[in-house]
Design a protein around this ligand. Structure first.
Ligand code: C5P
Length: 247
């Protein structure tokens, strides 16, 4: 697993394309491509627009992060991973709870398939415990150990089994960085500027704090999308990343 080549601060900004239509997605990608390195497509847009939206983003010069959080039997997820690689996706999410056999099947599938010329092998990002879960919910589901311990164990397992990175809150980074391989990619959502609405996120951080804590990428959605001037808002995050890198 080689660390991604992040040439410029903007390469570390992931924009969450959480919209309903391909037209809205196209408008945003057009406006934001000069300011954003990676576009994240999740279940909302993928369900409405389908894989064509991936071709659209790629065609407009954006890198792709497919955030569908796969969790199924090994054969099903491995076959889905093959389709992901064919769409020139840079990274995609898989639930660490899928376990050893699922990760091994994905690894075999990606090793055996022939990538299309110019396409790199996509990075598998492990999802541990969703940041929306509380300890009470975890206990209710039968996980008796403390949430941070479960989360760390799942991150260790995922990276041992071939995940190149982990999706994690910036608050979890110190514990994760201490226990995971040095080249692990960390993708941090829950990023807000000082004046941004927090919305339904609970434990937010600024982009600079996340970068200083060791984030490889920061994910920003609403603070850019709901802004009156999304390109300016995105550029403010890029400038903040640049200042944090220089500090
Ligand atoms: O709008 P906002 O900046 O809160 O968007 C954050 C994005 O990151 C959303 O697409 C959300 O689904 C995703 N995400 C998250 N927390 C996680 C994993 C993913 O907010 N733990």
């Amino acid at each position: 697993m080689t660390r991604p080549l992040l040439r410029e601060p903007k390469d570390r900004l992931i924009f969450a394309l959480d919209v309903d239509t391909i037209e809205e997605a196209e408008r945003l990608v057009k406006a934001l491509a000069p300011h954003v390195g990676v576009f994240k497509v999740g279940p909302r847009l993928f369900t409405s627009a389908g894989p064509l939206v991936l071709d659209l983003v790629h065609g407009m010069g954006g890198e792709l992060f497919l955030d569908l959080k796969f969790h199924d039997i090994p054969a099903t997820v491995a076959a889905a991973a093959r389709q992901v690689a064919r769409r020139r996706v840079k990274m995609f999410t898989v639930h660490a709870l899928g376990g050893r056999q699922m990760f091994e099947a994905i690894g075999r599938e990606l090793n055996e398939m022939t990538l299309i010329p110019g396409a790199a092998r996509p990075t598998i990002l492990g999802v541990t415990i969703l940041t929306s879960h509380s300890q009470a919910e975890l206990t209710e589901m039968g996980f008796e150990r403390p949430l941070p311990e479960v989360s760390l164990r799942l991150a260790q397992l995922a990276t041992e089994l071939g995940a190149g990175g982990i999706v994690a809150s910036g608050h979890e980074l110190p514990a994760l960085k201490a226990s995971l391989p040095a080249d692990t990619v960390f993708v941090c959502p829950g990023i807000r500027g000082p004046d941004d609405a927090v919305g339904d996120q609970t434990r937010v951080m600024t982009a600079a704090q996340a970068i200083r804590a060791g984030a490889t990428y920061v994910v920003v959605g609403r603070p850019i999308r709901l802004s009156d001037a999304p390109a300016d808002a995105a550029q403010r995050f890029v400038d903040e990343i640049a200042r944090a890198e220089a500090a």
